[in-house]
Design a protein around this ligand. Structure first.
Ligand code: ZN
Length: 99
């Protein structure tokens, strides 16, 4: 996987982890099946992204996430985004959204 995609996946993973820990009672124990599934799907989408360099997903015209997953990811980004902002970890957000 290319570096920018790898980095994007690492950030996605952090977001999903926070969300899963807080909503699915998996604190410190990895992810639940649902979130593992979502992350695997996100990984697959990243791998298959036809653009190089990859645009920010929110600016992309190709809606490559299936609606169900897209909805879930949106929810996770919103929740975990706030979580990181509150903890002063906006460096991840800036990396993710300002690239
Ligand atoms: Zn979960």
């Amino acid at each position: 996987m290319k570096k920018d995609k790898k980095q994007e996946f690492a950030i996605l993973k952090k977001f999903v982890e926070v969300y899963c820990n807080h909503h699915h009672g998996t604190n410190g124990e990895g992810l639940c099946d649902q979130c593992n599934d979502l992350l695997a799907y996100g990984n697959q989408r990243l791998e298959k992204c036809p653009y190089d360099p990859k645009p920010k997903c929110k600016d992309c015209e190709t809606y490559c996430y299936r609606p169900k997953y897209r909805q879930d990811i949106k929810e996770i980004m919103k929740y975990s985004g706030m979580h990181f902002v509150k903890r002063g970890r906006i460096d991840w957000l800036i990396e993710y959204f300002a690239r």
